[in-house]
Design a protein around this ligand. Structure first.
Ligand code: ADP
Length: 445
């Protein structure tokens, strides 16, 4: 029933591509395959029942014949024959039970097989023996010649070197596939490194400290926040179950979402729907920011946190993000360069390496990749602004033209044209104020 879950979870894609009929067919094929297997199962169960009954009846018949024969030749009393029949009847019930027992054993075997398969999965990212908890986290992050590949044939990071000082903001920019998200995944310990080391406050995150303690000091605001189908309060407290309601309100105020939540009919008890679908993109991102504030980590990873939002919502959220990153080491993946111009350090990643690094001004002076990306974005922004300006102007001219048309039309109507028009339509031609005002007012847009 994987296809049913799949199509229900991705129902938007199904609708976007008018694929209801295709999904219906996929589901029907799956049900047909299931029915075929079930049919085979029922046949085998019935054959088993028939064989079982046949064996039992034959056995009963043979023993009855033997017993009856022994009774007739006087070898046994009639009472023995009756006892035999009683024993056989009592034996039949438990033997019949074996049939259903067989089925439940089969089901249990299938389930245990699945469970054993799960048990066989060994997590590859585990704590090394003897590692300790990360003591208080100051927030210094260092990547030393980090190598990593998802597939050995295609390295994702090829000797990445950089350092983020505590409390500073580092932006990762560059072409898609340059390795930006991989940096976050490795820092959050989703994968083991292929080579080199990552250090937090001088502690090697692989060799020295536990995965749990590393993750505790890192907060992530992803591009697309996924929420549980629970209340807003539940989702917010997920980051820190011991937080009081007042602390949650405070975090929401900092993320500029408190007032909005209070305006919902159920306030903080609003159910957010599956994966949070009842909230807008901007609201979800603000909830994610509030959650990260509640977690209170020293290191923050912002993975294109505002990329999926419109420019205006992005501007609002930027201020919440600035509040969130105050005094914390922040790593930002940004596609809109205008949002990271104030970062303490910008790293341009290219093919798994730092191609350029520096502040916004330094990188512009370098006239390299960053400067060219910046120029392209500025040009695109200017083109967008020009297009908007022209479309505004066109709209204004269209409105003016419509206004002129209607004005000249009403002038005509007020003069002879109006009267002749009316005359031709056989309408009354009285010269009262009401009559002249009527058509000219209707003529305005
Ligand atoms: P960016 O975030 O800069 O767009 P990524 O870090 O996501 O780049 O990806 C770097 C490279 O690793 C890309 O070539 C991408 O195809 C590959 N990659 C990313 N995620 C996976 C994955 N889960 N499995 C295999 N390859 C991956």
């Amino acid at each position: 029933m994987l296809c049913r879950n799949d199509s229900l979870v991705s129902y938007e894609s199904v609708k976007y591509f008018n694929a209801e009929a295709y999904e219906f067919k996929r589901f029907r094929d799956a049900v047909c395959a299931f029915q075929k297997q079930e049919y085979t199962l029922h046949i085998s169960l019935n054959i088993m029942n028939i064989v079982q009954n046949l064996v039992f009846t034959l056995g009963l018949m043979i023993t009855c014949f033997i017993a009856a024969y022994q009774v007739t030749i006087g070898q046994r009393p009639v009472g023995d024959f009756v006892s035999l029949l009683t024993y056989m009847a009592q034996l039949q019930a438990p033997l019949n039970f074996f049939g259903t027992f067989y089925r439940s054993i089969q089901m249990a075997m299938i389930n245990s097989e699945r469970l054993l398969e799960l048990f066989k999965e060994r997590p590859t990212v585990v704590d090394k023996p003897g590692v300790k908890e990360l003591p208080y986290c100051e927030g210094e992050v260092r990547f030393n010649d980090v190598q990593f590949a998802y597939d050995p044939r295609k390295p994702a990071l090829r000797g990445l070197d950089f350092t983020c000082a505590p409390g500073t903001t580092t932006a990762l920019v560059g072409e898609s596939g340059g390795g930006k998200s991989t940096v976050f995944r490795l820092l959050f310990r989703f994968y083991n490194l292929g080579g080199g080391s990552i250090q937090i406050d001088g502690h090697d995150v692989v060799k020295d400290v536990t995965i749990d303690s590393v993750r505790r000091c890192i907060g992530v605001v992803p591009q697309d926040t996924v929420l549980f189908n629970e209340t807003l309060m539940y989702n917010l407290k997920y980051a820190n179950p011991s937080a009081s309601d007042e602390e949650v309100f405070e975090a929401c105020r900092a993320a500029s979402i408190h007032e909005k939540i209070l305006n919902f009919p159920d306030g903080y008890n609003t159910k957010v729907g599956e994966r949070g679908l009842k909230l807008s993109g901007g609201e979800k991102q603000r909830v994610a920011i509030a959650r990260t504030i509640l977690k209170d980590p020293r290191i923050i990873l912002l993975d294109e946190a505002t990329a999926a939002l419109d420019t205006e919502t992005e501007e609002h959220i930027q201020s919440a993000l600035v509040k969130l990153s105050q005094g914390r080491t922040t790593l930002v993946i940004a596609h809109r360069l205008s949002t990271i111009t104030t970062a303490d350090q910008i790293l341009v990643l290219h093919a798994g390496r730092v191609a350029e690094s520096g502040t916004h001004d330094e990188l512009l002076d370098m006239q390299g990749r960053y400067a060219s990306m910046w120029r392209k974005q500025i040009r695109a922004q200017e083109a967008a602004e020009e297009a908007r300006r022209l479309s505004d102007k066109a709209e204004r001219l269209r409105n003016e033209a419509r206004g002129d048309d209607s004005a000249s039309q009403s002038d005509d109507e007020r003069s002879g044209g109006n009267q002749s028009g009316r005359a031709s339509r056989g309408e009354p031609m009285s010269g009262t104020e009401d009559d002249t005002a009527g058509p000219s007012m209707q003529g305005h847009p």
